[in-house]
Write a protein that binds this ligand. Structure first.
Ligand code: TEU
Length: 551
């Protein structure tokens, strides 16, 4: 339809299918389970579902290692199920965004099996194959073509005995990087994308899409390579443009700066609609995600404020606290103890009142928390398991490493969604692939929907505000109190409407250091603390209180 700007007031909900809802009792979430839970998403009010990978995959990296882009993994269902999901979402006025993982395939993809079969196979240069370093015997330590490390520990190069060459894998050794320099590779990917659009899919979340361009000389630094803008513009021309409907795209871009994001998301450049930055989820660790440093509010405000200012006149922000790679926000930035509900609502208010497209990760709307993992045997994620093996192998104290995994490990986001207080929280009738969180008797969808003061209904109100109050989606953003250690404050303005958002990131009451005389008669548009009288806001913020004033 002609309304191509529907997405600027949209909210996206990320489903990590393995952990969302299991319909056949195998302990793993699946497509039929998702279809059975669409009422939950419709009640919440979200517009788009981003579905993490359900393609055929050996599941080495939980589905981000794809062996067939045009078939569904049997544990998730079939192509008929995807068609049913598309139809069911469209019938509800919602849309489906698929996860596009094309920086790499699985090593079990037919393309790679052909490519590795021999050095003169026509698909050899569909991947990055290189000989051992000059004068070194292949397979011996230090003979790798360069000293790049894999994100999942160890070298980014895997030796192939048969051909005496190495192949590049920025992630696991079962995730060989595709060679985007090869136009035949690009066309194969564009053809697959068109095939999904022809099936009715409405968008793509593009996995590490800013790593696809690698300078053939392979100098250090693969983020935002020399041809990344050229490739995204080509993809837009070849696949996304000229459709009968708007195709929504978000590029996941580790290491991208707001200056780069202005180029990636400038509508006139027709590359992607928005990007996922990693800057704000990097403020509480040192050089690696495992080196924990305390979260400080001024650092968060500096990053989010810079991205709001940087994309104010051109481009567009995505807004997220959570996804399947990040620990649960209420445990990380809020208080998952006595103030769990109120701080979860506060985080929702702060994020959803920024300018950009908010993403709700499954369970975030329930105030789900990190999981109390015990020993290394309780973890499933390759990133955590490989890091533990490497760190302990190098002499690190296992308890110290486990403390990092418990705080930052991706498994925290991957425990099953908690639907009710029955065994396994209604996620499965079988044994869940990852334990259900022990808080589920009180933290679950059934309880949340029945309680008008729940995190769920607060998120439902936030989404409703974005759909009905123009200043929320379109208003100018101004950060206030940048150096304040506990109060997050900003305004939004559009025409003659102004909002003031105030949030107390602490367990103590606080008087915001602001002259609020002009807001004395303002309407309280949204609050996460029940008013004790009808005199309007007192001017003091209670512990973890977040409120939105309108004038
Ligand atoms: O993540 C990209 C990425 O860089 C993350 O691995 C991130 O750096 C790390 O998880 C921080 O904890 C995407 C997917 O979201 C992730 O699930 C995949 O593992 C990865 O790409 C490879 O496909």
């Amino acid at each position: 339809d002609g309304n191509d700007d529907w997405w600027r007031t949209a909210v996206v909900y990320q489903v990590y299918p393995r952990s969302f809802a299991d319909s056949d009792g195998d302990g793993i979430g699946d497509l039929r389970g998702l279809i059975d839970c669409l009422d939950h998403l419709e009640l919440l009010g979200v517009d788009v579902v981003w579905l993490s990978p359900v393609y055929r995959s050996p599941q080495d990296d939980a589905g981000y290692d794809i062996s067939d882009y045009q078939d569904i993994g049997p544990t998730f269902g079939t192509l008929a199920d995807i068609d049913d999901l598309v139809a069911a979402l469209h019938a509800r006025g919602m849309r489906l965004m698929m996860d596009l993982v094309v920086n790499h395939t699985s090593d079990e993809h037919a393309w790679f099996e052909e490519s590795r079969s021999s050095p003169d196979n026509p698909k050899r240069d569909w991947y990055w194959w290189l000989p051992p370093r000059e004068g070194m015997a292949g397979g011996t330590p230090g003979a790798e073509p360069n000293d790049w490390a894999s994100v999942f520990s160890g070298s980014a190069w895997e030796y192939d005995e048969a051909s005496g060459e190495y192949y590049l894998h920025v992630f696991s050794r079962k995730q060989p990087d595709l060679n985007w320099e090869n136009p035949v590779v690009r066309e194969a990917i564009y053809s697959m994308m068109r095939w999904w659009l022809d099936r009715g899919v409405d968008g793509f979340r593009m996995d590490v899409i800013n790593l696809i361009s690698k300078d053939p000389a392979l100098p250090d630094g693969i983020v935002n390579g020399p041809r990344v803008h050229e490739f995204l513009a080509e993809m837009h021309r070849e696949v996304l443009a000229g459709r009968d409907r708007k195709i929504l795209t978000v590029g996941e871009m580790p290491g991208t700066t707001v200056e780069q994001a202005r180029l990636f998301t400038d509508p006139d450049r027709a590359e992607v609609d928005m990007v996922f930055t990693f800057e704000h989820v990097g403020i509480d660790h040192a050089e690696t995600k495992w080196d924990l440093i305390p979260f400080r509010l001024p650092a968060l405000k500096a990053v989010l404020g810079r991205w709001q200012a940087g994309l104010a006149d051109v481009g567009w922000n995505s807004l997220y606290w959570n996804n399947h790679d990040q620990p649960r926000a209420v445990s990380r930035f809020g208080d998952d103890g006595p103030w769990r509900v109120r701080s979860a609502k506060l985080l929702g208010t702060v994020l959803h009142l920024h300018r950009g497209t908010p993403y709700v990760y499954q369970g975030e709307e329930l105030g789900m928390t990190n999981h109390p993992f015990g020993g290394i045997d309780e973890f499933r994620d390759i990133e955590s398991l490989n890091h533990y093996a490497q760190a302990v192998g190098l002499g690190a104290d296992p308890e110290h490493v486990l403390a990092s995994l418990r705080s930052r490990g991706r498994d925290n986001a991957r425990t099953p969604v908690q639907w009710d207080d029955s065994p396994h929280a209604g996620f499965t009738t079988g044994d869940p692939w990852l334990p259900v969180d022990p808080h589920h008797p009180e933290v679950n969808a059934a309880a949340a929907i029945a309680d008008e003061h729940s995190v769920f209904h607060h998120y439902r109100r936030l989404i409703e505000l974005r759909h009905t109050v123009p200043v929320v989606a379109h208003g100018d953003f101004t950060m206030l109190l940048p150096d304040d250690e506990v109060v997050y404050a900003f305004t939004r303005s559009l025409d003659d409407v102004e909002l003031l958002v105030l949030a107390n990131f602490s367990g103590e009451p606080v008087q915001p250091d602001l002259d609020l005389a002009d807001w004395a008669d303002a309407e309280v548009l949204l609050d996460n603390v029940e008013p004790t009288n009808d005199d309007g806001w007192s001017g003091r913020l209670e512990p973890w209180q977040a409120l939105v004033l309108r004038r």
